[in-house]
Design a protein around this ligand. Structure first.
Ligand code: CU
Length: 137
């Protein structure tokens, strides 16, 4: 009973899906960039992420980078499945959340993103803006 109440007041996860290590690659103003994170699912069934929403000026899209013959290209994903009792790792050169012409970003800034699940639940994610230590595509 007590645990159920704690789960209900929590806002950074829905008791089953949670996000950690969220960050956004610092990029010059006006250019697209991407967000990366680890999404954990402690539920016995897979969970489907259908998108992200943000504050004014922020547009997010789920993308997957694939490399063919040394050329990187991106495909838009309609949904992203997080396996049962598993983790989906969004990382450079893989699946990422694209930021389409975001407002000016600065190092250390926290950007609010709301992860939306197929069942309608939303999870608040705070992504920190930082320089990428390696190239990402
Ligand atoms: Cu992309």
């Amino acid at each position: 009973m007590f645990l159920a109440v704690l789960g209900w007041v929590s806002c950074s996860n829905d008791g089953e899906v949670s996000v950690r290590d969220a960050w956004i690659r610092l990029a010059p103003t006006g250019s697209n960039t991407a967000a990366f994170m680890k999404i954990d699912n402690t539920h016995k069934a897979p969970k489907s992420v259908v998108g992200f929403e943000g504050e004014q000026g922020f547009v997010f899209e789920l993308h997957e980078t694939s490399i063919e013959n040394g050329i990187a290209s991106m495909t838009k994903l309609e949904a992203l499945e997080v396996p049962a009792y598993g983790t989906k790792d969004l990382k450079p050169r893989g699946i990422h959340v694209m930021l389409k012409s975001p407002p000016k970003l600065k190092e250390g800034q926290k950007v609010k993103m709301w992860l939306r699940l197929a069942d309608g639940k939303q999870i608040l994610v705070q992504a920190i803006v930082r320089k990428s230590s390696s190239g990402w595509k």
